[in-house]
Design a protein around this ligand. Structure first.
Ligand code: AHM
Ligand code: MG
Length: 330
């Protein structure tokens, strides 16, 4: 016999309908945030299409330029960045757009002209893995614009606790969005046939514990000693190691299956490799909203006070019990 709950579960809910339904729960909502999420979804669909066609369209490989962090830009980094700018650039409520690929934040409009939100993103995280056909992703973070702050970089340097929405789009064996607007995490899969993201999980929870660790172990010799001791413990305790080298894929697996993801300080990257504002913070918000935790050194990631747009931090996130265990070692 079919229960009402089953029927509800079988109802098709697009990302757009979901966002409108969430908005309706907040009588004062203006719809501006929903409008931004719809632009992010359009960017995701467009980038997913480009990623899938990259080899056919001969856009794998180097673009011949470097970003402000001295990293080689790939053609697809530049294409994904342009797509995001084209999808989000004309949304009336966006004051500032900041990207891993751009040296400075782009100020689109002041608060007097309706600029209400800042959107920060990594357009194509893990892009160096594109030619291996593994999952890559777009990470995004939305904060509220401070009308009193004129400087672009200072405007976007807000702690993660000030995020009003965050998430990622994973271009993997399917294209998915994991999204939070501060009331749990929902997951949507792109149905290519109808061009819509459809909700497949709501109020997603990370397992409380898990014995899978995800870390670039080739750097182990230069990790601070506590991380090395944790790894020895994991080796002798029957743990499993999984590392794709693409944060969105590695964090997504951690969210679904439990365990931990780490990018500690190394000799090459003494502050860690991942960027606070558009990699660590959005992942931290998403994880916390799913019942997980995220630390950067001794501090909760979302409590770190940012000083620069492209600032890096160490990252330790995942199932609460496992993160607590790692913290005992470090
Ligand atoms: P990117 O933003 O330039 O793609 O770099 C970030 C990526 C993450 O996706 C991943 O977690 C990390 O770099 C992997 O780094 P490493 O190759 O040092 O293990
Ligand atoms: Mg990145």
């Amino acid at each position: 016999m079919q229960h009402d709950d089953d029927l509800v579960h079988q109802n098709l809910m697009s990302l757009q309908t979901h966002v409108l339904a969430e908005e309706a729960k907040h009588p004062g909502a203006t719809g501006d945030l929903s409008w931004i999420i719809s632009a992010i979804s359009l960017a995701g669909k467009t980038i997913a299409n480009k990623v899938r066609r990259a080899r056919l369209d001969d856009v794998l490989g180097a673009h011949g330029t470097e970003n402000v962090q001295g990293e080689e830009q790939l053609k697809m980094d530049v294409i994904a960045n342009e797509i995001i700018m084209r999808c989000l650039g004309d949304r009336a409520s966006i004051a500032v757009l900041a990207s891993e690929e751009d040296e400075e934040p782009r100020i689109l409009r002041r608060s007097g002209d309706g600029g209400k939100y800042c959107v920060l993103f990594d357009p194509l995280d893990g892009s160096s893995n594109l030619d291996s056909c593994v999952g890559v992703g777009t990470i995004f973070s939305v904060t509220v614009n401070d009308p009193k702050e004129a400087d672009g970089e200072k405007t976007v340097c807000q702690p993660g606790t000030r995020q009003v929405a965050a998430g990622y789009i994973l271009y993997g064996s399917s294209t998915i969005i994991c999204l939070t607007t501060g009331d749990g995490v929902d997951m949507f899969v792109l149905d290519q046939a109808i061009g819509s993201f459809l909700r497949v999980r709501t109020k997603l929870r990370i397992p409380e514990s898990g014995t899978t660790y995800s870390i670039n172990e080739a750097n182990a010799e230069t990790f601070p000693e506590g991380y090395q001791r944790y790894l020895q413990f994991a080796h002798s305790s029957g743990y499993t190691s999984r590392y794709i080298g693409s944060m969105v894929s590695d964090v997504h697996r951690t969210l679904i299956r439990g365990g931990i993801f780490l990018y500690p300080p190394t000799a090459k990257n003494p502050d860690g490799k991942l960027r606070l504002l558009y990699e660590a913070n959005p992942m931290a918000m998403l994880l916390e909203q799913a019942g997980g935790v995220s630390y950067s050194g001794d501090v909760r990631t979302m409590d770190v006070q940012p000083e620069r747009l492209h600032q890096r931090v160490p990252v330790l996130l995942g199932s609460p019990a496992e993160v607590a265990k790692v913290r005992e070692f470090i």
